[in-house]
Design a binder for this molecule. Structure first.
Ligand code: SAM
Ligand code: SF4
Ligand code: F3S
Length: 470
């Protein structure tokens, strides 16, 4: 059900977010106990970081966050659209909570994020999932309080999926961890890789001001954070849209000057813009973790061209050579897509060949998923699903073999590890990641969580290395 024109006008003339926060807080204050909000985030780390802002706004309004969906007064799903199965999961979830809304008509149901930023999905929700009250697109933190204010004024099924281009700074971020923090440094993407929905839903590249990033990182380090993860769809183009231009390697070097015991990681780094200056930062900066995630997507030049990736395998390998000549064991990981439209056996063989050459420590591989509105969606595709799945299995088997061999290089060495939890399967075994982003398991106790520890590596498997505290 679309909202009528009178309500639409009201939506356009809402008070500013601060006023809305105040008004909604007063409206909720009558209740005998504080209202509860349940938030579930689908998708990538950028979405998780956005979720931390959404939780901050909900708390400033007066909500208490809950893990118990049945008791929630507000449910918010922050969604992803990168592959079809991500969207299927959200529709499945929405179906499963219909009963909650029927049992409690006062329950406020919001859906936000990359999936709902697509007009055809927002329409489908307002037509087929009419019990959803609020639909927002990407950067929903900018609009959430206003939409709740509109709800308070009686407006239901409100939608605003315009891309929010301002980058307000949020003081009230509710961080999921006390020692690892995600810091988005830019939003949007200009690259239009032909398979990818992200530029359509997140808009063009917008960089945060370096001063704001520095302030946030300084505060995080002062309050004991040990790992800062810089996020952006292509961090290598950070700063290109700012007046006082600053490059990503320059930003890294500025941050590296902040004293303290911490690591900086970042993702993603597009190979078309990965420069020797970036590699030098990785090798030289004390606080920059010794790991580079360099998503290649395919080992075939023909496929890369049709993906609009703007680099060749020769150029990619020259970047790998640059860093590996200076550090032959430098840890690299990647993203790969299997079964891009009409990917031939030869194209796939070229991917296997590249993986054998680079010897990644790990990879994230995905079967191509057709995304409505992207260029690749209209490309002919004669490759069957079963062939695509078989290729994926072949690629995974190759990577497993490589990971087993690669991990052996750490046996006998001492790795600094940021301990981040206890193994679910093996109580008493702690887990963490080394600077190289290698998963490390070791006996220890939960006091170590959030601390750097030194581990002598004694053994390795395909998924991790194991050792003992020293
Ligand atoms: N900006 C990052 C980059 O360029 O590397 C990638 C961000 S994207 C959200 C994460 C990964 O999802 C991509 O690297 C790609 O491998 C994969 N991906 C994106 N669109 C896809 C699609 N339509 N089908 C399968 N995998 C896809
Ligand atoms: Fe998608 Fe390409 Fe942008 Fe990454 S760089 S978000 S893969 S369009
Ligand atoms: Fe991230 Fe998914 Fe959007 S991967 S950028 S939440 S489409």
């Amino acid at each position: 059900m679309k909202i009528d024109s009178e309500n639409l006008k009201k939506l356009e003339n809402l008070p500013d977010p601060e006023t809305c926060i105040r008004e909604v807080r007063n409206w909720l204050a009558d209740r005998s106990e504080p209202p509860k909000a349940y938030l579930h985030v689908f998708g990538c780390q950028l979405n998780v970081a956005e979720g931390e802002k959404l939780a901050g706004i909900l708390q400033s309004i007066g909500y208490v966050m809950t893990d118990a969906i049945q008791n929630a007064d507000l449910i918010l799903y922050h969604t992803c659209a990168v592959r079809e199965n991500a969207e299927d999961r959200v529709f499945g979830t929405l179906g499963s909570i219909k009963k909650l809304k029927q049992d409690n008509p006062e329950l406020i149901l919001c859906v936000t994020g990359c999936m709902t930023a697509q007009a055809h999905i927002a329409d489908k929700i307002s037509e087929s999932y009419r019990y959803v009250d609020i639909v927002l697109g990407t950067s929903p933190a900018n609009r959430l309080a206003q939409m709740l204010y509109a709800y308070m004024q009686g407006i239901r099924h409100a939608q605003d999926i315009t891309v929010q281009t301002e980058i307000p700074e949020y003081p009230g971020i509710v961080r999921n961890s006390r020692y690892k923090a995600s810091v988005p440094i830019m939003y949007g993407c200009n690259n239009f890789c032909t398979y990818c929905i992200v530029p359509y839903v997140r808009g063009r590249e917008r960089s945060r001001k370096p001063g704001d990033i520095l302030t946030e990182v300084r505060e995080l380090i002062q309050s004991g954070y040990k790992e800062i993860m810089f996020l952006g769809q292509n961090v290598n183009s950070y700063g290109k849209d700012l007046k006082n231009q600053i490059t990503f390697p320059e930003l890294l070097r500025e941050i590296d000057k902040i004293p303290g015991e911490y690591w900086i990681r970042f993702m993603s780094s597009h190979p078309k813009d990965a420069t020797p200056e970036l590699m030098d930062c990785l090798l030289e900066c004390e606080h920059v973790a010794k790991h580079l995630h360099l998503p290649v997507q395919s080992g075939s030049d023909e496929i890369l061209k049709r993906m609009n990736r703007n680099y060749t395998i020769e150029k990619y390998l020259s970047q790998v050579d640059y860093i590996r000549q200076k550090d032959p064991e430098f840890s690299l990981t990647t993203d790969l897509i299997v079964g891009f439209p009409d990917e031939s056996r030869e194209d796939f063989e070229a991917t296997l060949e590249l993986v054998r050459k680079v010897r990644y420590d790990n990879m994230y591989s995905f079967i191509y998923s057709k995304r409505a509105g992207t260029k690749a969606a209209s490309m002919p595709d004669g490759i069957s699903d079963s062939e695509k799945s078989a290729r994926m299995q072949e690629l995974l088997a190759l990577q497993r073999e490589i990971s087993i061999t690669n991990h052996k290089r750490f046996i006998g060495k001492i790795l600094t590890v940021l301990c981040d939890g206890e193994s679910r399967k093996h109580p008493g075994i702690m887990t963490g990641r080394s600077s190289e982003n290698i998963l490390v398991e070791f006996p220890g106790d939960s006091d170590l969580i959030g601390q750097f520890v030194r581990i002598r590596i004694t053994d390795s498997r395909s998924s991790c290395v194991t050792g003992n505290l020293i």
